[in-house]
Design a protein. Sequence first.
Lengths: 558, 138
Amino acid sequence: MTKKPNSSAQFAKSGSHTEWRAKGYASQRERKEKFSSISFREQPEIVTPENGGAVDHDRDLGFPGEYPYTRGVQPTMYRGRLWTMRQFAGFGSPEDTNRRFKYLLEHGQTGLSTAFDMPSLMGYDPDNARSRGEVGREGVSVATIEDMDTLFSGIALDQVTTSMTINCTATVAFAFYFAVAKRRGLGFEKLGGTIQNDMFKEFIAQKEWICPPAPSVKLVCDVVEFCSQSAPKFNPVSISGYHIREAGATAVQELAFTIADGLGYVDHCLSRRMKIDDFAPRLSFFFDVHNDFFEEVAKFRAARRLWARLMRERYGAKTDAACKLRTHAQTAGVSLTAQQPVNNVARVALQALAAVLGGVQSLHTNSMDETLSLPTEDAVRVALRTQQIIADESGITNVIDPLGGSYYVERLTNEIEAEALRYIEQIDAMGGMLHAVETGFPQKEIAEAAYRFQLDLDAGAQTIVGVNRYTEGGEQEIPTLKIEHEVERQQIERVAAFKAKRNKALHADALAKVESACREARNVVPVLIDAVDVGVTLGEVSDIYRKVFGVYTDPGML
Amino acid sequence: MTAGQGTRPVRILIAKAGLDGHDRGAKVIARALRDAGMEVIYTGLHQTVENIVRAAIQEDVDCIGLSILSGAHMTLFPELLSQLKKEKAEDIVVFGGGIIPKDDIEALKGQGVKQVFIPGTHTQEVIDWIKANVPVHE
């Protein structure tokens, strides 16, 4: 039996958000003075249609796979195909990493991702004095075509997609990979994968470089041009916000600088008379996914809409493919703590959840031990299983963009897009990202944000569990991976043996051809594919870059 | 000589060695130490150990804070200590920061690195440690 509503009941009912806030809310106590995101964004107590929650469905959302792709780049999203689970791996010798690759494939990983060691990333062979102590330590040592062949030994290059995280020497790693495929009789059109090859973010954040910004951008776009002509399944660049965020940027700065980097490459490609609808479909992205859950979900949605609008409105792109922002994501390494490291499993799970709700195309989940060393196999398996739990147990993949239409998420998406666009316009006014990078603008903005965050942390305004709160029981021992020093000696011997057995005449001729391609500003990629096949090493190509294009040094700004 | 209480502020060289490009921590610490009234010089990235020691002597610093997040700490710290010894500048205090496992921290302390700070350290802790442990050269 139901009772009739009693006219004398005392239920409060506000006629509007404003009225509710003034009457119902203002008299209550909040537990903190300020509620702000990890990116210093002050958060409202609630979002309603009256304070930014209203959404123009046709203009700002649309349907998945349709402009402006806010709800996802594919019509079916995860109902059609799950994201690629792609754990970044690399350490020691090519044999060591090859074993780890096979381990990951056996455990259900669906794509490979290669981490190179510092000498490979900075353009030194293992036998160079500058490589001392760093060979095979932070990634795998790859200096020759033989190293690359060993790295992918027993793995069919036309059956997996491979990501290579390498930048100032990306042209060389790309040439190794394609030359290995050629030796194995595979056509370039069969190769799928991604090479990071994003130099803007190197100057902004990751700081791995050889030459100054202008020739660096030229080399990036050589790969873009080559892929748009000869390798239609390969992503020649992964325009990366990850390192920008890890260096201390806010969510908005990460988005703004990444998109502005993308525009920088677009402008350079257009200046080489490439057509937007030919090369823009090959551009791919890579974002961080940090702790502030909804801010991260909104960031991915805003990124897709912002890029689509810029491609269509600014560059006149005429195809969906040219406007779609396809992205990889990685959970935030910087958010992990050496203190109570098992807690990192929970952080990674939440971040991975945000990435999936944000509609990413591939994902790396960090391992709990990565603030201590490179990850052990056991730790990597937990990280991979975290993705599989989200994919197969949580039910989140059943419905596309399940947070679409949430007042809060839509307001955040709008705000982040608008704030990022303001930064981009500021960079436009400086003459584009090349000039902004040369003057150190994004670098300074990020350093400011990083320092501000540290001050907040020191003051207790930001919380890191186990670090500045809940620190009891901080001592927690977990096993870590040890890299044997032996690897360095082995790789030095190996590269020496490789150099000794090359055909001297062919090698000298190949070096000369690489140098003249550089001097004549021709596309270096086809020349490099031939050169590495006759034994030119990564360090040797880098030396030519140093000689022809000059060497960049850190201005060391504080 | 007095620990951190001399007539002039402590002079510190914050250094990045090797190929490692992670400079967030080095820059944040450099700024925090500067804001705490210390004189801070930052080398910028990718320095050789020889360059770092040369800069330290030229700038007459009291200590060097070396930041390493590339895993090369067991090579670069010993090189730095031996280069300082070679240049007869062992009075310069060496401390470190970065992603450095506990066992390695103990080993480095055994070799003469005075302290190693890992991520998550309160900047005040670093400031206090320097004030207590770094003598100002008169």
